[in-house]
Design a protein around this ligand. Structure first.
Ligand SMILES: NC(=O)C1=CN([C@@H]2O[C@H](COP(=O)(O)OP(=O)(O)OC[C@H]3O[C@@H](n4cnc5c(N)ncnc54)[C@H](OP(=O)(O)O)[C@@H]3O)[C@@H](O)[C@H]2O)C=CC1
Ligand SMILES: N[C@@H](CC(=O)OP(=O)(O)O)C(=O)O
Length: 339
């Protein structure tokens, strides 16, 4: 099995390398690609240093391509990768809403991946993290309406987001002005309700991704969703407050019990013991933390919860590798016959 990572030097790319090292995916050979400026640099994998190459224009000789170099690269190059016989698992938003492209969170709708035509899309990070927590509740109680407020880490904007938070914080602490480049405003000691571009309905694209992509993953176009997406000055891991109106009433105990059995979820819910989801505890974890589970004061029989999930893992790299692992476990990912 030959695996390639396109965007290996980025925030998601680094995590792809780490996740692959511990993965059950049998990787005989790993090829690393990035922009021409990274060509010749090396990254550690399996005790060796692998050399990064400039991403070629055409096909790549790999069975699986894990793409995390942005939407424009995926849009331009994925058709050639597929024509060359590779299965592409794409972290960008380029193909997520394409009806011919499965949008997959393995714990929720893994079987959809089997219907791919060469490309499988990895969801938006905020969406994937919410889906892991909400899908079991949707199956059991039927979610009618879902209201989400997010607290998104700076690494959601990639490596440059991390660098901007660190550099600006240093400047602010030394009484120097912080110049915003990556984010719309200085991010240290601030929260910014603006991620991606604003649409005509007043919602941002990040917020609408949560609406569109959650419906596709849960296979429920009737689901009513509203989201407010906010950038906060953390380095890593997105948190989300989620309110659910349910078709069939659920108690917090029923929800906790259900979520304890759910794949990819860690119930962390003992407020008296100061135990609840937080970026500090969820960072580096494969499971999404879910807690603060309580009866909604607004929707009778509904629920309020708080989740925290490492968006570079479950929101990107881990989910992508889990899709490949799922395909392999189903016998749907065989090494190509080399000609
Ligand atoms: N960060 C996150 O939390 C999440 C990100 N994603 C998606 O994953 C993708 C990558 O994001 P992220 O890792 O954060 O971004 P980064 O900015 O950290 O990394 C971007 C990567 O793309 C490479 N790249 C840039 N331009 C080119 C080019 N012209 N040709 C080939 N490679 C190029 C970069 O290489 P170089 O180092 O050489 O510039 C780098 O490896 C995006 O589509 C993003 O939307 C999805 C979910 C979550
Ligand atoms: N937009 C997300 C991360 C991301 O890259 O999302 P998408 O893959 O949908 O563009 C954030 O900034 O936190």
């Amino acid at each position: 099995m030959r695996v390639a990572i396109v965007g290996a030097t980025g925030a998601v790319g680094h995590e792809l390398l780490r996740v692959l090292e511990g993965s059950t995916l049998k990787t005989d050979d790993l090829l690393l690609y990035a922009s021409p400026r990274s060509a010749g640099t090396t990254l550690p994998f399996g005790g060796r240093e692998l050399t990064v190459q400039a991403t070629p224009e055409g096909s790549i000789d790999a069975d699986v391509i894990l793409a995390s170099a942005g939407g424009s690269i995926s849009k331009a190059l994925a058709p050639a990768w597929v024509a060359g016989g590779s299965v592409v698992i794409d972290n960008s938003s380029a193909f997520r809403l394409d009806p011919d492209v499965p949008l997959v969170v393995p714990e929720v709708n893994g079987a959809a991946a089997l219907r791919h035509r060469g490309i499988i899309a990895n969801p938006n990070c905020t969406t994937a993290i919410a889906a892991v927590a909400v899908a079991p509740l949707h199956r059991a109680f039927g979610v009618r309406r879902m209201i989400v407020s997010t607290y998104q880490a700076t690494s959601g904007a990639g490596q440059k987001g991390i660098e901007e938070l660190l550099a600006q914080t240093h400047r602010v602490l030394h009484d120097q002005p912080a110049q915003a480049e990556v984010f719309a405003h200085p991010i240290p000691f601030n929260v910014i309700p603006h991620i991606d571009t604003f649409g005509e309905n007043g919602y941002t694209r990040e917020e609408m991704k949560v609406v569109w992509e959650t419906r596709k993953i849960l296979g429920d176009d009737a689901l009513q969703i509203s989201c407010t997406a906010v950038r906060i000055p953390t380095l890593r891991t997105h948190a989300e407050a989620i309110t659910l109106e349910l078709e069939r009433p659920a108690t917090p105990d029923e929800a906790r019990e259900l979520l304890r059995q759910a794949a990819g979820v860690e119930v962390r819910d003992d407020p008296a013991g100061k135990l609840y989801p937080m970026p500090l505890t969820a960072t580096g974890k494969y499971d999404v933390e879910v807690g603060r589970i309580r009866s909604s004061l607004v929707f009778e029989g509904g629920l309020d919860l708080f989740v925290a999930g490492d968006q570079l893992l479950k929101g990107a790299a881990l989910n992508a590798v889990q899709i490949a692992e799922y395909l392999q476990a189903q016998g749907a990912l065989r090494g190509r016959v080399q000609g």
